[in-house]
Unconditional design. Structure first.
Length: 439
């Protein structure tokens, strides 16, 4: 067994058992080995056990990483030597393994999936650039083991290694962090965009602010995403990157509306608490969706604004959209939470939607087109001596109802039941149904 042990008086008993994978050390709870001490950076360094020695890589820490009081960027720690992170001292301890202990579990090796019958899927090359070996190892294992993977994953821990790979191989997508040594991620992004304008680029980072976001979008990034903290977030990231790989560029608009791309981008922007502006268009419609601090605050599409415009834009099945830096909306026309808006949009994919002026939404499941009404009986001529006899109805005939001026057809109660129709009232600003009958 091998482990790192803290030797500071105030941290007695703090240790971490090492395995065969990269381990991040830092103050944040996202690290495998968390050390809550002010002099330790949020993500300070990472280590890898290699035989009886430890490879140590500094991750741009504020107070530095030291081996035997010598500042290091990347070096090897021997048993008995002292590793210092800021003011915290650690020591590598190696003990003989227990012969009766079970063998350590190894990470599963991704299995190449059999090709689907009827043709082969296009394979894409995706380059991940991050100075953390632990992150790149995790991404390779996490994404490489997915059943629907159509990627060849390449990794680089520095800008120079990334540029070398780009010179040697054709890359479809580059996913990079903004925190990089020597040449930061924003500078690298601009350089890649200048040299390889046709390669799609995504920033995936744990550090986010509006200034970095605007700079990345201005330097050629199609998307600016935050590293998620759970499996659901990583699954969403994987689906979005897969969609991005299949998108075609056109007229400077970076993304097509197919593959649920717009829906996924909105969800990621809201979950991340971001502020952004989505421009959406096709041949008939052009509109905008404003997201501020993770909330959808305004939408416009032609003459429509608010929720109607939002649903109109997300219902488009063809067209394009792009993510641009945020600017203040001309109005605030959306109050509902983004989760409810997206859920309503999903529901409308399989249902017809129409709204009356009284605030009632009529949702009716799709039905086959109605048969044309039977032709009217012939009108008797003046020469006829007597009109043809008609059966006496059991009840008076109901007069025909004119169509509603709001565009929603009026149907009987029996027809509503047969059509599996649901009436839903639009909530007021506090989320409650409107009180009282319509005047």
């Amino acid at each position: 067994m091998s482990r790192l042990v803290a030797i500071n008086p105030g941290l007695t008993g703090l240790s971490y058992e090492l395995g065969t994978r990269w381990v991040t050390i830092g103050r944040s709870d996202k690290n495998a080995f968390q050390i809550v001490e002010p002099s330790v950076s949020s993500q300070h360094c990472e280590v890898l056990l290699r035989g009886n020695e430890l490879v140590v890589r500094d991750l741009r820490s504020t107070n530095g990483t030291f081996i035997e009081d010598k500042t290091i960027t990347e070096a090897v720690l021997q048993p008995g030597q002292t590793l210092r992170l800021g003011e915290v001292e650690l020591r590598l301890e190696i003990t003989a393994p227990d012969p009766d202990a079970p063998a350590p579990a190894t990470a599963p090796v991704p299995v190449k999936k059999p090709e689907a019958a009827g043709g082969t899927q296009k394979q894409y090359r995706v380059l991940f650039v991050d100075d953390s070996m632990a992150f790149l190892e995790m991404i390779t294992d996490l994404f490489g083991a997915r059943e629907n993977i159509t990627w060849e994953i390449l990794t680089a821990t520095s800008p120079d290694k990334a540029l070398a790979i780009l010179q040697q191989k054709l890359i479809d997508l580059v996913v990079l962090d903004i925190g990089m040594p020597l040449l930061d991620g924003i500078q690298l992004l601009g350089l890649i965009h200048q040299r390889y304008p046709n390669i799609k680029k995504v920033v995936l980072t744990g550090e986010s602010d509006d200034r970095h976001r605007a700079a990345c979008l201005a330097n050629g990034a199609e998307l600016f995403l935050l590293k998620p903290g759970d499996d659901d977030g990583w699954r969403l990231i994987f689906n979005l990157l897969t969609s991005l790989l299949r998108w075609e560029d056109s007229d400077d608009f970076v993304s097509t509306l197919s593959e649920n791309g717009l829906y996924n981008v909105i969800q990621l922007e809201c979950v991340g608490g971001n502020s952004s502006l989505l421009e959406v268009r096709n041949r008939q419609t052009a509109g905008e969706i404003y997201i501020e601090g993770g909330a959808i605050v305004h939408a416009s599409a032609g003459k429509l604004v608010g929720e109607k415009a939002f649903h109109q834009l997300l219902s488009l099945t063809d067209g394009e959209f792009r993510l641009v830096p945020f600017r203040a909306p001309p109005a605030r026309t959306v109050q509902r939470q983004w989760e409810l808006l997206l859920a309503a949009t999903r529901a409308q994919d399989e249902e017809n939607y129409s709204a009356d002026d009284d605030g009632t939404i009529l949702i009716t499941k799709k039905r086959p087109p109605a048969q044309p009404p039977p032709s009217a009986p012939p009108v008797p001529t003046p020469e006829a001596k007597e009109p043809p006899t008609k059966p006496i109805p059991d009840e008076p005939l109901k007069p025909e109802v004119a169509p509603s001026t709001s565009g929603m057809n009026i149907i009987t109660l029996e027809e509503m039941v047969k059509a599996d129709t649901t009436l839903i009232y639009k909530p007021d600003s506090e989320g409650h149904p409107p009180a009282g009958p319509k005047k």
